[in-house]
Write a protein that binds this ligand. Structure first.
Ligand code: AMP
Ligand code: MG
Length: 344
């Protein structure tokens, strides 16, 4: 939840723009609107074009996506698929098929480091919830045996999803926010708004340009500091910027942090020496999946994966406070925290 990140940062001071209202042609204009949905704080900034009607339309769409794809709410299409695991295929909305198909593309290209059937393991650890705990070895092995994207069957013709084995569970927490950000950006484009920021809990779409044809300045969270403290700034135009990191959701036990990106190989939080991975891309669904996949894969394989996707770039922050990135990402990145060191 880095929803302060797009505010201007100068010499270490944050200039936070407060909500302001103006009235033009009888319409109330609001620079920003936020709502708690998709399990996070979602903020949309339409600046001087922010009418109530357009905000309503965007948030209605985001809620609609949550009502289809949430793993934590009863009665969503995704929940119905999980309940029928091992029993029968379930008819779902076309857009869930689309998101699942994208998730499967990344499951395959990441060699299974990204896996949308990670549900049993996510539920077991419960990270971010009240029941979060370190599970026993047997429970981890049992949950792991139920994680395998190859046992998720998409039938486009019938419009169904099927999890082959009882106990399997879909979890789209690593990709659905990206899809929602793309949908918000689509509505903004259709409304012919020149520039806007959509921030769905750190999943940012910096749509169009800032006023005066300027690039957007997106802060990259320092994973070791409080929210809103940045390692550096990325300048982008009409791009999405998505970060997966150890700070987003975690369980702290005996000085050790257990974060929410789990390894479908070990059953434990992915331990690849990374603090975070930031992806810059054209589509947020790809950036969201890539950020989680690259984090779970680690730097070398993660970088190869990112570079295989057209228009995608990445910045990797390591536990030893070094930073590496692909050339197009680093060309637009300015380091603010000199405690970190950029490596080639
Ligand atoms: P993100 O913040 O986009 O990296 O997504 C993290 C969320 O995705 C977690 O809270 C889980 O719901 C889910 N998840 C955890 N590990 C994985 C994984 N290896 N592959 C796919 N989804 C995952
Ligand atoms: Mg993700």
């Amino acid at each position: 939840m880095m929803f302060y990140k797009f505010f201007t940062l100068k010499r270490g001071f944050f200039f936070i723009c407060f909500l302001f209202f103006t009235v033009t042609n009888g319409q109330t204009i609001r620079a920003q609107e936020s709502e708690f949905t998709l399990g996070t704080v979602c903020v949309v900034n339409l600046y001087e074009r922010g009418t109530n009607e357009l905000y309503r339309k965007i948030f209605r769409r985001i809620r609609e996506i949550e009502e289809i794809m949430s793993a934590n709410r009863a009665g969503t299409d995704l929940d119905r698929v999980n309940k029928q695991a091992g029993i029968m295929p379930v008819h779902v909305r076309e857009e869930l098929l689309y998101v699942v198909e994208r998730a499967l593309v990344y499951a395959q290209s990441s060699g299974g480091a990204f896996d949308p059937t990670i549900g049993p393991l996510v539920n077991l650890w419960g990270i971010g919830g009240d029941a979060a705990h370190i599970p026993g070895e047997k429970a981890i092995q049992d949950a792991l045996s139920l994680v395998n994207w190859r046992d998720l069957i998409v039938d486009r013709q019938a419009g169904t999803l099927f999890l082959k084995r009882p106990g399997m569970a879909l979890d789209l927490g690593a990709i659905a926010k990206g899809y929602a950000a793309d949908e918000a950006a689509r509505i903004i484009k259709e409304a012919r708004i020149p520039g806007a920021i959509v921030d769905l809990g750190g999943n940012v779409f910096a749509y169009g340009e800032k006023e005066g044809s300027k690039p957007w300045r997106i802060g990259i969270q320092d994973p070791l500091e409080n929210r809103g403290t940045f390692v550096g700034i990325l300048e982008v135009r009409n791009k999405t910027v998505v970060t997966s990191g150890v700070y987003e959701r975690f369980l702290q036990v005996g000085g050790k942090r257990y974060h929410h990106i789990l390894s479908p190989q070990t059953g434990y939080p992915a331990d690849t020496g990374l603090l975070s991975v930031t992806i810059i891309a054209d589509r947020s669904i790809d950036a969201d999946a890539l950020a989680t996949a690259a984090f779970a894969l680690g730097y070398h394989a993660g970088r190869i994966l990112v570079e295989s996707v057209g228009g995608a770039a990445a910045i990797f922050l390591f536990e030893n406070k070094t930073i590496r990135g692909t050339a197009p990402a680093m060309a637009n990145f300015s380091l603010y925290n000199q405690g970190y060191r950029i490596l080639p």
